[in-house]
Design a protein around this ligand. Structure first.
Ligand code: SAM
Length: 281
């Protein structure tokens, strides 16, 4: 019988997973501003930060967006980051020099502040929240009048082959790897879906911009090793429990999928990112 999706269990796993991969994620990827992380600069540009702005960075992780934004804040500005992962938050605390910054362990589905922010950012977080509407509605409530939300999400599976090249064969060989209803990274990857999700929560003047980046994970072996130890960390032991034969088949299929992106032995993946903004009315 296929397992049933349990949001609480999912959050416990998410937290443990990000505690494990946060350091690698930050130093090998996010902080280098490569591939999809070129959106970090786009978010800060779009948010048009003023020195006195009070900013909340939701699912701030290791704080790459917070760090980018902090450069534009002055002594009357405020920066708050929230995330489930204590390890990620500690990296954020250690990498941001801006004095008026605070990084708190808080579930985005239970945001609790009794003051208002001017801007809220959320990079690669929205798709992970089981009740994304609850998060967006509570973000709107803690935004000032005309306060701004800026969100970045990954595109659809076909536009972000970094994920689908390996995930597709995993799902084909182990269909019950995750319960039905588990949020996927591509959940808001369609422009219209993202726009309507944000508008549904009461935001106005919602607009979405598509960015097409490129990510070079190296050779297939390098890509496979990195994916299995970072992106697939939370499901790796379950895949391994199916035995070497299944793992070999997944790898073979993934290699076939990856071949169309190979140039001179190295993979070059396109990577679509959607950056959305909306305002509290
Ligand atoms: C892909 S990372 C993005 C981190 C950061 N925004 C960045 O751009 O590098 C996703 C983050 O979402 C966090 N997260 C997932 N579910 C969450 C929730 N319910 N509340 C708060 N943070 C959550 C994870 O802990 C992780 O740090």
């Amino acid at each position: 019988m296929k397992p049933v999706f349990d949001p609480t269990q999912y959050k416990i796993t998410t937290k443990a997973n990000w505690n494990t991969v946060a350091s690698e994620y930050h130093y090998n990827w996010a902080d280098k501003k490569i591939g999809p992380f070129r959106s970090t600069i786009e978010i800060a540009k779009l948010a048009n930060i003023k020195p006195d702005d009070k900013i909340l960075d939701v699912a701030c992780g290791t704080g790459v967006v917070s760090k980018e934004i902090s450069q534009f804040l002055g002594p009357n500005g405020l920066l708050v980051g929230i995330d489930l992962s204590r390890t990620a938050l500690n990296i954020a605390r250690g990498s941001i020099a801006f004095e008026n910054s605070t990084f708190l362990e808080m579930d985005a589905e239970n945001i609790g502040f009794n003051f208002k922010f001017d801007k809220v950012t959320c990079q690669y977080g929205l798709m992970f929240f089981p009740d994304s509407q609850k998060v967006l509605e509570s973000i709107r409530k803690i935004l000032n009048h005309r306060g701004m939300l800026v969100v970045a999400v990954h595109g659809l599976a076909e536009d972000v082959p970094y994920f689908s090249t390996i995930m597709k064969p995993i799902l084909e060989h182990i269909p019950d790897i995750r319960p039905d209803g588990t949020p996927t990274v591509h959940r808001f990857g369609n422009l219209k879906d993202l726009e309507s999700e944000i508008a549904k929560a009461g935001f106005v003047n919602v607009s979405v911009v598509r960015h097409d980046f490129v990510y070079k994970p190296g050779t297939f072996e390098e890509y496979w090793e990195d994916y299995m130890h970072s992106t697939a960390n939370s499901i790796r032991s379950k895949i391994e429990s199916h035995g070497k034969e299944t793992m070999d088949k997944i790898k073979q299929d993934a290699q076939k999928n990856a071949s169309r992106y190979e140039k001179d032995g190295n993979i070059v993946f396109p990577w679509t990112v959607l950056v959305a903004s909306g305002f509290n009315h």
